[in-house]
Design a protein. Structure first.
Length: 337
């Protein structure tokens, strides 16, 4: 009986110490939020806003800082998180979740398994729109459809919404399009559009409003199509891509290639193998940050829409993507690769 009593005491002690160790761990530490996009867009703006608030919801109140690690539309950061970053709960990466579709499609350069990341959450669903400079002459989807030459649109890299959405829309809706990739972030794409190098681009509506607010108000930048199931309240008269799809296959491809990835685009993740107790601490801190009235007010002032998803919700959506039928995957490969 003494032996069993001793073993029981040891087991209870370990159980009680495990969560406490995760909470004590963060005291005096620095949590780094790595951003896989250049400064100026919604990825950067969200991460810097979150960094100013999340520390107070992590036991031990660590310092939180945001740093940019750009390249290949977030792929450099995603690979870094998987292969290099220590799984100690001090590195959170904010990379484009569309890269997970790249893994499903077998794209080159992907050195991670998206099913093994530890997902913290996403601050919003990055539903996209396609916009054009008024000077390009493309001021409606009808004019885009009628263009005699492929319309030049900017993208960061394959796997990003900036590149994949115009490619998919071109294929399923018959829109004449030339996607030019290689831009470091949407802020760089904006400069190319403003300079006449590009006609337009597709990207998250929040980020576009952040970067082009004055030009949108003046009519110099025009939204011509929305990549979401329902219209944005402030774009009630702009066409939905799904409504323009003429076949069941086209609607399925828009759902899998545009609607579902929007749920994942702004995801935050930890490296594989991060201790579960630290993952839970950060997930709770993320949820609490999303509810913080000061955080919400600051995000709203920056024209960022807060519509968060939990880490568990991200996992569900990711599992659904990895369960796509072989036929759907094949067709998406033909279009996006």
């Amino acid at each position: 009986m003494k032996l069993w009593s001793w073993l029981l005491t040891i087991c209870l002690g370990l159980l009680l110490r495990t969560p406490a160790s995760a909470q004590d761990f963060y005291s005096g530490k620095t949590v780094r939020l790595l951003v896989g996009a250049s400064p100026g867009g919604s990825f950067d703006a969200f991460s810097r806003t979150i960094a100013r608030h999340i520390g107070k919801y992590i036991p031990g109140n660590p310092t939180a800082i945001a740093e940019n690690m750009t390249g290949a539309g977030g792929l450099i950061l995603a690979n870094h998180l998987y292969k290099v970053a220590k799984p100690d709960g001090l590195t959170i990466a904010n990379f484009n979740g569309g890269l997970l579709m790249g893994q499903i499609l077998g794209r080159a350069g992907i050195e991670f398994d998206g099913r093994k990341f530890e997902y913290v959450g996403a601050p919003t669903k990055l539903d996209s729109v396609c916009v054009f400079a008024k000077a390009s002459g493309i001021t409606s989807v009808e004019k885009w459809m009628a263009s005699k030459v492929p319309v030049k649109m900017g993208g960061t890299a394959p796997g990003s919404n900036t590149a994949d959405i115009p490619k998919l829309l071109a294929a399923v809706l018959g829109l004449p399009t030339q996607v030019i990739t290689g831009y470091k972030g949407f802020a760089d794409i904006r400069l190319a559009v403003d300079g006449g190098e590009l006609a337009g681009a597709c990207g998250g509506w929040d980020g576009i409003k952040l970067l082009w607010s004055q030009q949108i108000q003046s009519g110099d930048i025009v939204v011509v199509i929305q990549g979401r199931p329902k219209p944005f309240p402030d774009l009630a008269n702009v066409h939905l891509a799904i409504d323009l799809a003429k076949t069941g296959e086209a609607r399925q491809l828009i759902q899998a290639g545009i609607h579902d990835p929007a749920f994942l685009t702004l995801l935050y993740s930890l490296p594989p193998g991060t201790p579960k107790d630290r993952l839970e601490v950060l997930r709770r801190a993320f949820v609490d940050t999303m509810k913080d009235p000061i955080f919400i007010a600051e995000a709203t002032k920056s024209k960022l829409n807060v519509d968060p998803s939990s880490g568990e919700e991200l996992e569900t959506t990711i599992n659904r993507l990895f369960d796509l039928s072989p036929g759907a995957v094949k067709r998406l490969k033909e279009i996006l690769n």
